[in-house]
Design a protein around this ligand. Structure first.
Ligand SMILES: Cc1ncc(C[n+]2csc(CCOP(=O)(O)OP(=O)(O)O)c2C)c(N)n1
Length: 568
């Protein structure tokens, strides 16, 4: 390690220079009075010559945090967000919860109400400085972050920045929270001598040789082995490994509520998306890093089936309750596990039942034929547009390599792709309003790609669309947003009908007032108001041409676009 010098005048400058030095290239901000020294540091930058993260101004904290989330999904680098004290943190809590359950390393920072009432540079000078203070500001997010701390002085700024990044980046990754008192940010530091170093990366969890042997033996001897995944593709390197492992060893693969592109949608042994349908046959079930392997109230693996659970945190320590049985539990990242499993299975290839591939492929082909028929029927139907039809139209027009971010826009299985890193679905905590800002973050990280946000009308409103379209214009992010506008919170309605199929709400024969969103807004005007392109689509025949027009706008004009699609 080398020593380096930072010529900072005050702590905020040292702090920002350190973030940048440690590989944090962007700071997503929603500023306030607590930012005075941060503002001053950027103001002084031309003269100081210090290198700081690029500032991405976000007009809402959910946008700032979820956009940072999406940027990490696009480039794998730690992101930083700065919020305004207690109130800014409060606005970001839902997005922080999403980031935590999705294991996203975000350095969340927030100003802190000035500590002192007078006499110190930076101390209180505004009415809000008394009422905004909390006894414990970090308590709002403590359950969702891996670490929280308050910067106490310039002498520890290097140690604190390093600690924040190390904790966020070590597997399983996740957000951390740092509060920054105004007086501390304003304190003079003079020249700072720092170490030049990257995050302290430990080697990822690796499976023990015994566990690899045991799992390889189980998979080789099984009559009908199934690997189940939802989010293994968060590490894009695992996609080819999983494709290859399943083909070479006649192992079925199934995606249960996928949140990433995990395995090729057209894989010859892809059993689809309905876990309950395989419990009957499966004698070995290997759940790859699944937060919820199955829903015990609906259906369970056979009693004599062997259940394997794997992952860097295979029992999901931060979940208050999670009791799915596991006969073999392996603590390892999916990439390390699959890499170790491939040669172990190759050694056992002769033991694998030669009929197994065909047995699985036959079921796959039946499923594919049913799906193709449904899709074909969907493409020729008349009547109101459905979410399945929107998915069909997107498949028809999707440019190569386009990235889809889906938040209740269409069922995941209708959007399956064959390219790693092209699909992102709602984090498991399900805090809505994530999809659109995450798409902005992905577009920021991957400017060469077409990014399409597919969202329900409810999800779109949760995202605070005025702030999102403002950011698309401000930061040149030509995202295409497709709103599946069914005029309701369909999930709320479905949940009530599911629990009370014969109940009063079902018997009423009409939509419960608790799920209604009518009258419909002209959502396309949000895009127009921010200099983008908007269209309202209500007829099936209009959808593909409208998609082509909107894609031309985002690709050629590099302007953001909204298709507000009325659907049933
Ligand atoms: C922040 C937040 N608030 C409320 C909910 C509860 N919720 C789950 S789905 C849903 C409806 C979403 O509506 P929309 O995006 O239009 O999709 P639809 O259900 O109509 O398919 C709601 C309100 C949530 N998940 N997150």
């Amino acid at each position: 390690m080398e020593r380096k010098h930072i010529e900072a005048e005050f702590v905020a400058e040292a702090y920002l220079a350190l973030l940048k030095d440690r590989g944090v290239n962007r700071l997503f901000v929603n500023a306030g009075t607590d930012f005075a020294s941060i503002v001053e540091a950027y103001g002084h930058q031309k003269e100081s010559g210090l290198d700081f993260p690029e500032v991405i101004v976000c007009a809402h904290e959910n946008l700032a945090t979820s956009m940072a989330h999406g940027t990490y999904l696009g480039n794998g680098q730690p992101q930083a967000v700065m919020l305004h004290t207690s109130v800014g943190t409060a606005n970001a809590v839902c997005a922080i919860f999403n980031a935590s359950r999705d294991r996203i390393p975000i350095i969340l920072t927030a100003g802190r109400t000035p500590l002192f009432e007078h006499s110190v540079f930076g101390s209180r000078n505004g009415q809000i400085h008394w009422a905004q203070e909390m006894f414990d500001q970090a308590s709002m997010v403590r359950e969702h972050v891996k670490w929280d701390y308050e910067l106490r002085d310039g002498v520890q700024v290097e140690a604190v920045v390093d600690r924040a990044i190390d904790v966020a980046m070590i597997e399983p990754r996740g957000p951390v929270y740092l509060s920054l008192p105004r007086e501390v940010l304003a304190r003079p530091v003079g020249e700072l001598e720092i170490w030049s170093r990257g995050p302290a990366q430990a080697t990822d969890a690796y499976p023990t040789p015994d566990s690899v042997t045991e799992l390889a033996d189980l998979l080789a001897a099984a009559r009908f082995p199934v690997i189940v995944t939802a989010a293994s593709g968060a590490d894009t390197e695992t996609v080819a490994l999983l494709n290859e492992l399943c083909t070479a060893n006649s192992i079925a693969v199934l995606e249960n509520r996928p949140r990433f592109m995990n395995v090729a949608g057209d894989h010859p042994l892809h059993l689809g998306y309905a876990l309950n349908t395989v419990f009957e046959q499966a004698d070995v079930l290997c759940f790859l890093d699944m937060d919820v392997p199955w829903s015990p109230g609906a259906a369970n693996p056979k009693d004599d089936a062997t259940v394997v659970q794997t992952g860097p945190d295979p029992i999901f320590l931060r979940f208050p309750i999670r009791s799915h049985r596991s006969d073999l539990t392996i603590q390892a990242t999916t990439r390390n596990l699959l890499s170790a499993l491939a040669p172990a299975l190759e050694e056992r290839r002769a033991k694998i039942d030669v009929d197994r591939y065909e047995r699985i492929a036959e079921l796959v082909n039946q499923r594919r034929a049913r799906q193709a028929a449904t899709l074909e029927a969907e493409s020729t139907k008349t009547g109101p547009i459905t979410k399945a039809f929107i998915a069909w139209a997107v498949r028809e027009t999707r440019p190569e390599g386009a990235i889809i971010v889906n938040e209740l826009g269409a069922p995941a299985e209708t959007l399956a792709s064959t390219e790693a890193g092209t699909y992102f679905d709602t984090p498991p905590a399900g805090g809505l309003g994530w999809g659109l800002p995450a798409a902005l973050g992905l577009q920021l990280a991957r400017p060469d790609k077409v990014v399409v946000a597919m969202v329900g009308d409810g999800s779109y409103i949760f995202a605070n669309p005025a702030a999102c379209h403002h950011a698309m214009a401000m930061h040149d992010l030509p995202v295409l947003t497709i709103i599946s506008n069914n005029g309701k919170w369909g999930a709320v309605e479905a949940s009530a009908r599911g629990m009370y199929p014969e109940g009063y709400a079902s018997a009423a024969g009409e939509l419960t007032p608790l799920a209604r969103l009518d009258p419909a807004s002209a959502f396309e005007k949000y895009a127009e108001a921010a200099g983008g392109y908007g269209e309202f689509v209500a007829e099936r025949a209009q959808l593909v041409p409208a998609l082509r027009r909107a894609l031309r706008v985002v690709q050629e004009e590099r302007r953001h676009a909204v298709l507000n699609v009325e659907c049933g």
